[in-house]
Design a protein around this ligand. Structure first.
Ligand code: NCD
Length: 308
């Protein structure tokens, strides 16, 4: 199978060998991503970057990736910046982006919006996050970061912490890690634990998973601790959010019995889940992780637009 022309909506759209290929090409992209080498691989191609929900890293790294490969970018940020605010449908907006560009990166607050958009576009659609659904390109950069730091993916104990109900990054990530054989512990208040349908998919693929509320107990055995933000904007009631806000805060003193190589990841933005003191410890990998969005999205854009 080739990735050329494909939509990337859910992480399950990619076979494991396709994920491996993307990670291999991401590695090759590093010197160009860092600006040490120049590339014109996507000369003349246009990315439509449509972000109908807040974004810093995903949009900027998609756009940087396109620029670094010599391509061009057109962009919409926020519903207010487009004719959606006038009442135009998402379908019509997508039809226009399809007409003007070669590939679309889309973020939308509604789960399922990316899958729906792909049916209105002949240009490939990449899901940059659909509500509480999935975030497959974040998963690719998460996997790339684990592979760069710890080698083979799948041998680790991965502890995933925070808002596992509404967090789209952890939905995609756990489904990928499950296929790769990793052992996962989901740490969250019961109200925002990993949804049953994902747990049952994970068990169906034979993944070793458990749910708990106790972060401290999981630290010594963890190779990776993946922190996430409580997704305030997805709660129906502010009062419900307040019940779980600040549930887990990682502090330096909690890391005394952590493994030496244990890496702390976070898709960012963080609110108060990771104390800034941790930033200068050997465990902090979240800024390197965020940078990896560039080479990984370069690899994806190249493989989808040009093939291997
Ligand atoms: C995440 C997202 O948008 O889902 N951020 C990102 O893309 N790096 C996580 C979040 O918003 O908490």
């Amino acid at each position: 199978m080739t990735l050329k022309g494909r939509d990337i909506i859910n992480i399950g759209d990619l076979e494991l060998d396709e994920i491996e290929l993307i990670l291999d090409i991401s590695k090759e992209m590093l010197p160009v991503a860092r600006g040490e080498k120049r590339s014109r691989t996507l000369d003349g191609k246009v990315l439509a970057s449509l972000f109908f929900e807040a974004s810093t890293r995903t949009r900027l790294s998609f756009e940087t990736a396109m620029h670094r490969l010599g391509g061009n970018v057109i962009t919409i940020t926020g519903q207010e910046g487009s004719s959606l605010i006038k009442g135009e449908t998402l379908a019509d907006t997508i039809r226009m982006a399809d007409a003007y560009s070669d590939i679309i990166a889309l973020r939308h607050p509604r789960e399922g919006a990316a899958r729906m958009s792909a049916t209105f576009s002949s240009a490939p659609v990449i899901n940059g996050g659909d509500g509480a659904g999935q975030h497959p390109t974040q998963t690719l950069l998460d996997l790339f970061t684990i592979r760069e730091e710890l080698g083979d993916i799948g041998k680790q104990n991965v502890t995933i912490v925070g808002d596992l109900r509404y967090g789209r990054t952890v939905h995609s990530l756990s489904l990928a890690l499950g296929r790769m054989g990793a052992t996962m512990t989901f740490v969250a208040p019961d109200m925002i634990q990993m949804p049953d349908h994902i747990i049952s998919d994970l068990k169906g693929m034979g993944a070793k998973v458990k749910r708990t509320t106790d972060l401290k107990a999981e630290i010594p055995a963890s190779d990776v601790i993946y922190m996430t933000r409580i997704q305030k904007e997805r709660f129906a009631e502010e009062e419900e959010y307040r019940k779980v806000a600040g549930a887990y805060k990682l502090q330096v003193r909690m890391l005394d019995d952590a493994k030496k190589h244990m890496m702390i990841m976070h898709p960012l933005p963080r609110v108060d889940e990771i104390h800034p003191e941790i930033d200068s410890t050997r465990h902090a990998k979240y800024f390197a992780q965020a940078f990896n969005g560039v080479p990984v999205r370069m690899a994806l854009l190249k493989l989808i637009l040009e093939g291997e």
